[in-house]
Write a protein that binds this ligand. Structure first.
Ligand code: GSH
Length: 270
């Protein structure tokens, strides 16, 4: 998997697996799931995204785009969660062999829509960023795309942008549902694989915002199977602050009452 050259040369002398990640980040969840599935121990470096710890010079010397996750294995640096899960599992592993490259790529492509919709339908419930913190972020973070995303979020996303993201997400979930309609247990076939690892955080995230998974009953049943695995508890639920599901459910209820929750977009209620 593509390894990148670190700007922070001290990473080269690290032994074992080191993971820079955030508790609620879906890309980090994906990596923690594969670590739990493979039982590989790792040194955890938590990056607090709400406190903008990914905007420090130190962290941007680890991850050149200033995003999480980043993983170092015996001095080799990897970014991009879909690459990292393949690196951790290893090409010859059953987890990798049973995976579908198409579904890994689709999980990667789904990331930007997941991000937009998470910010709109979940994270907007949080207190707004203080102006001085927003300004500091614009000065210290070097990722222009992320800085613009923050500005767009603060202004309010264009409804057409939300609508398009909902439509693409619905299409992706319906594609997974179609694949599962042949009776397979998992996304890549009858073996649990990296395809499942890659998509588990997406289902979990959209479930938090009240996504109508009744539209995709095969996918819903799939999630019932994969969420019964110990890795879901260990890598995802154990890292989720206890208040999260309740706070997000309350916000979702409020928006549903106003007719502005996710179901009001992208033809989901049609
Ligand atoms: N394609 C990257 C995306 C990484 C990414 O977007 N990470 C998010 C968390 S899932 C992040 O660091 N967000 C920081 C922010 O929104 O300020 C991957 O799969 O690793």
């Amino acid at each position: 998997m593509p390894e990148i050259e670190p700007r922070d040369m001290s990473l080269k002398s690290l032994e074992g697996i080191h993971l820079w990640h955030a508790p609620m980040s879906s890309c980090s969840q994906r990596v923690r799931i594969v670590l739990a599935e493979t039982g590989k121990p790792f040194v955890s470096h938590v990056i607090d995204l709400e406190r903008n710890e990914h905007a420090t010079m130190e962290y941007q010397a680890i991850h050149p785009k200033g995003l999480v996750p980043a993983l170092v294995e015996d001095g080799h640096l990897f970014i991009e969660s879909v690459h990292i899960i393949q690196q951790v599992a290893g090409n010859d592993s059953a987890l990798a062999k049973a995976a579908s490259p198409e579904l890994l790529q689709k999980a990667d492509e789904a990331q930007l829509d997941l991000k937009l919709l998470s910010f709109e339908f979940l994270f907007r419930s949080r207190p707004p960023t203080r102006p001085e913190d927003a300004e500091a972020f614009q000065h210290t973070h070097q990722n222009d795309w992320l800085k613009q995303f923050r500005i767009d979020f603060a202004k309010g996303f264009d409804p057409e942008r939300i609508d398009a993201a909902v439509r693409r997400t619905d299409e992706a979930f319906r594609h997974l549902d179609d694949l599962l309609s042949d009776g397979r247990k998992y996304l890549g076939g009858n073996e649990f694989s990296l395809s499942d690892v890659a998509w588990m955080p997406n289902f979990h995230r959209f479930n938090l915002m009240g996504w109508p998974f009744g539209r995709t009953p095969n996918l819903k049943a799939w999630f019932g199977r994969v969420s019964a695995r110990p890795s879901y508890q260990e890598a995802l639920l154990n890292w989720q602050p206890e208040v999260v599901p309740g706070a997000f459910a309350e916000y979702t209820q409020k928006r549903r009452a106003e007719g502005t929750d996710v179901r009001a977009f992208g033809g989901l209620s049609g």
